[in-house]
Design a protein around this ligand. Structure first.
Ligand SMILES: Nc1ncnc2c1ncn2[C@@H]1O[C@H](COP(=O)(O)OP(=O)(O)OP(=O)(O)O)[C@@H](O)[C@H]1O
Length: 218
């Protein structure tokens, strides 16, 4: 199993003490699988994605990713697993403003030690970015910036892609186009995808759907 989460718990400190957000999450994701994570606003979807990506630490439970229990690792250990195995695509693109499109796309692939210039250019071209390779993020539209973020994640050849409402900032037509390109590339590369979405239509395009309610998955 590529990802195996067991009995995962996470609380945040609130004004009246600790507030449980995740109360015993169990989930498995196989290589190449696509999974939608749905749930009401505030149900803990982003929290779960951040724990799986090693961006935050759990209170209890295990998260086996590519054979490593990242729940038991320190920051440096989690960062190493993340660099090697995970690509993250956020709603807010999170591109590096001082780097052009080519350098943004290369960034994570270089960290992972798998950068291939030709492959990266082909990826950018398939996302419609061929004419924008030397532009900076501020010179691009939202849809173009999100395509760069998708290319950046895929160029690093991650076994698992985590996407947090990746098209949430785009108009409907652009969102549909970007999503179709992303799903097609994900299926070509064989990466698994866990995507948070509020859209039942998008969730329906994924292989499996999990719904988060009151801190548990169903
Ligand atoms: N750093 C934090 N400190 C305290 N509380 C937090 C923190 N991050 C999230 N929370 C709380 O945890 C709960 C779950 O938040 P989370 O962002 O995971 O929900 P979500 O399902 O992704 O919501 P949305 O769909 O609105 O993005 C919310 O009640 C939120 O206020």
């Amino acid at each position: 199993m590529l990802l195996s989460v067991k009995s995962l718990e996470k609380s945040y400190a609130g004004a009246e003490g600790s507030v449980p957000v995740l109360r015993g999450i169990d989930m498995d994701v196989a290589t190449g699988e696509t999974l939608a994570l749905t749930g009401e606003s505030g149900s803990g979807k982003s929290t779960l994605l951040h724990l799986i990506g090693g961006l935050d630490t759990a209170d209890a439970g295990t998260i086996f990713l590519d054979g490593h229990d990242i729940a038991q690792m320190d920051d440096a250990g989690r960062a190493a697993v993340r660099r090697a195995s995970v690509g993250i695509i956020f709603q807010q693109f999170n591109l590096i403003p001082s780097l052009d499109v080519t350098a943004n796309i290369a960034f994570q692939a270089r960290l992972a030690g798998v950068y291939d210039r030709q492959e990266a250019t082909a990826l950018a071209t398939s996302l419609g970015l061929a004419d924008h390779l030397h532009k900076y993020p501020e010179q691009l539209s939202g849809g173009q910036q999100q395509r760069v973020a998708i290319a950046r994640a895929l160029a690093a050849k991650p076994r698992l892609i985590l996407a947090d409402e990746p098209t949430g900032n785009l108009d409907e037509e652009t969102a549909a186009e970007v999503m179709a390109q992303m799903l097609s590339l994900v299926s070509q590369t064989g990466s698994a995808l866990v995507m948070v979405t509020h859209s039942p239509r998008l969730a329906g395009q994924m292989g499996r759907q999990l719904h988060l309610r009151q801190g548990q998955l169903a």
